[in-house]
Design a protein around this ligand. Structure first.
Ligand code: MRU
Length: 374
């Protein structure tokens, strides 16, 4: 995607400085800063503090982190130790484990002196694949938006009509390497000239919607409006939402979807108002080992300070923090589970799948035939 008119990705190898660099997402939308990641500790810190975030990008970053750790010490023990440290940074997004396993399996039984370079090559491949996968998600989601727009046009006697799409959190290019997941079909629709408008849930407590999604859409010139998290249900009741698309941090083999806290409430409201609710995700987000989202997915609980305090620009233009809550305790659950029955469909890089074991079983077979992912 483009920032200030120039093509940009979220993570890349800087040839000049010979290191991986990232956009520090904690400073957006107020400052655009690129920072280097040098040590394993830098990688762990970047993931934990959410300088990089979003399930696919967490996976790509972790793969590079493991490769860097191996370049310092390629022993099996160090590989295990570095993997454990990276895995502990964010417990919910399954792409982290998937990417680390992919690097380990690429290294296989390779001799010690080759392990670091194999790991780095594989991390670069995971990064490159992520771009293709997310663009494919966009291509598979586009016909869905097109069809809904045609339907709305017919209903409104072919008068100029805009399709209103609601999204939650940030599942745009900032959450991946490029394109994004939930926003990829939106970018494709915009490029295809379809008239769309996006309702952007602010997504408390860290405001990934108002800070990141809104910034992304504004950079691409896509009409959008930021709304408080509680607004979606009201808009749906008044016919102002035609479609919801969200991302996922982990989806079970039976189609239960774990995503940013608040997603479940949007899905309930969409069901009550007969509005299609789609989830866009790479197949690496599917955890084939589990079937029951509520019981089996560990929900990350983050620092209560993310609820009690807020960061933004002050009147002097400085990024500063304010305290919102006096002395009450706060609980900060980062994700929730949307049961499969509330999901209309899963948009993947291999096409559209229904959120049930039978349909996802077909995707699993396809991945096995392609010898990817599992
Ligand atoms: O806590 P975050 O910002 O990492 O959460 C991100 C989300 O919940 C996204 O919707 C999800 O990772 C899908 S992104 C492609």
């Amino acid at each position: 995607m483009r920032t200030n008119g120039k093509p940009q990705t979220t993570i890349w190898y800087d040839d000049q400085n010979q290191c991986i660099v990232i956009i520090d997402q904690t400073l957006l939308p107020h400052r655009f800063e690129i920072i280097p990641l040098i040590t394993l500790q830098d990688y762990c810190c970047a993931i934990r503090t959410m300088q990089v975030r979003g399930a696919p990008l967490i996976g790509v970053t972790a793969a590079f982190g493991l490769a860097i750790a191996l370049s310092n010490d390629p022993s099996i023990n160090n590989a295990a130790d570095a993997s454990e440290k990276l895995l502990a940074t964010r417990p919910t997004a399954v792409n982290l484990r998937w990417a680390i396993e992919r690097v380990h399996s690429a290294m296989g039984q390779a001799p010690e002196q080759q392990r670091a370079s194999i790991a780095m090559q594989e991390a670069k491949k995971i990064r490159a694949d992520d771009i293709l996968i997310c663009e494919a998600i966009g291509n598979h989601g586009l016909p869905l938006i097109h069809k809904l727009h045609q339907h709305k046009l017919q209903q409104q006697n072919h008068q100029n009509t805009t399709l209103n799409i609601l999204t939650h959190c940030n599942a745009g290019w900032l959450a991946t390497v490029d394109w994004g997941t939930a926003l990829a079909p939106i970018y494709k629709a915009h490029q295809a000239g379809l008239p769309i408008h996006i309702w952007v849930d602010e997504t408390r407590p860290r405001n990934q919607g108002s800070s990141l999604t809104a910034w992304e859409l504004q950079q691409q010139g896509i009409p959008h409006t930021v709304i408080a998290d509680n607004t979606g249900g009201h808009l749906m009741q008044h016919g102002l939402v035609d479609l919801c698309i969200v991302g996922s941090d982990r989806t079970t083999a039976s189609g239960d979807v774990c995503n940013k806290i608040g997603t479940y409430l949007k899905a309930l409201a969409a069901k009550d108002n007969n509005i299609p609710f789609y989830v866009a995700l790479p197949s690496s987000t599917i955890d084939w080992t589990i079937d029951h989202g509520i019981e089996d997915i560990p929900i990350e609980q983050r620092d209560a300070k993310e609820i009690t305090h807020m960061t933004g620009l002050d009147a002097q233009g400085k990024i500063s923090e304010i305290q919102l809550i006096a002395n009450s305790p706060a609980a900060n659950y980062a994700f929730d589970i949307t049961p499969a029955e509330l999901v209309s469909g899963l948009i993947t890089e291999h096409g559209l799948y229904s959120p049930n074991q039978q349909s996802l079983g077909k995707l699993q077979q396809r991945l096995r035939a392609l010898k990817t992912n599992i």
